[in-house]
Write a protein that binds this ligand. Structure first.
Ligand SMILES: [Zn+2]
Length: 223
């Protein structure tokens, strides 16, 4: 079975294990979703199922209003936020949410992580911004994510007093952003213990980000 939905079920199921591998989640917190290419559907984690028990089969398929189309469980309680992002940011193919420790510690203070490392300039191109405090249950979280990230270079937002949401062109890119977000939140936190991290000039941030987006990485070999 290789339909686009089946491929996304497998991909989303496997990517949840990356959240575990990188230590970004505990218990059943956190979730990954992917847009199904060419369809107004998303695939997301079921609510309350332990990470060890996740499989392609128990992933939930929803429409972009968050209504279940296929699945035996309820979808993640964050489905409305994911669905809101897909409805309002057509370029987004994947969304990740975690309460990873260091990033959430910044979120608890409502403080953006300043862009003081070249790796941050590469991946985030700016400070990692803070989004509004929002309660679960309606579109407030989704609206906060979209308002903060639309037109922003950063693929990650620290939702105040809550945790991290990241976006990407696909679910793997969103997972990568979640991993990098925790990594730089941790490093900048540690740096802060002995002083104030040095700023990087905006010009240099711009150059690094541009190079990372356009030059860095493996390109297909010319034939
Ligand atoms: Zn949460």
């Amino acid at each position: 079975m290789n339909s686009p939905i089946d491929l996304m079920r497998r991909q989303v199921s496997e990517l949840h294990q990356e959240l575990v591998r990188y230590g970004l989640v505990v218990w059943t917190a956190g979730n990954v979703s992917a847009r199904v290419p060419g369809k107004d559907l998303l695939v997301i984690k079921p609510s309350g199922v332990p990470y060890d028990e996740l499989s392609p089969r128990n992933m939930i398929v929803c429409d972009l209003d968050g209504t279940v189309v296929e699945g035996d469980h309820s979808p993640s309680s964050d489905t409305a936020a994911h669905a809101y992002v897909y409805r309002h940011m057509p370029e987004v193919g994947g969304v990740v949410h975690t309460h990873s420790t260091y990033a959430s510690a910044w979120a608890a203070r409502g403080e953006a992580v300043p862009c003081v490392l070249t790796a941050m300039a590469d991946e985030f191109g700016a400070a990692i911004p803070v989004g509004p405090f929002a309660l679960i249950g309606d579109d407030s979280i989704g609206m906060g994510i979209v308002e903060t990230l639309q037109g922003h270079r950063s693929p990650a937002v620290l939702m105040k007093s809550h945790g991290v949401f990241t976006i990407g062109k696909d679910a793997k890119a969103a997972v990568k952003a979640a991993v990098m977000c925790e990594d730089v939140a941790r490093t900048v936190h540690i740096s802060r213990q002995l002083g104030e991290p040095l700023p990087i000039a905006q010009d240099d941030i711009d150059r690094l980000n541009h190079r990372y987006r356009t030059v860095y990485g493996q390109r297909p070999a010319a034939r």
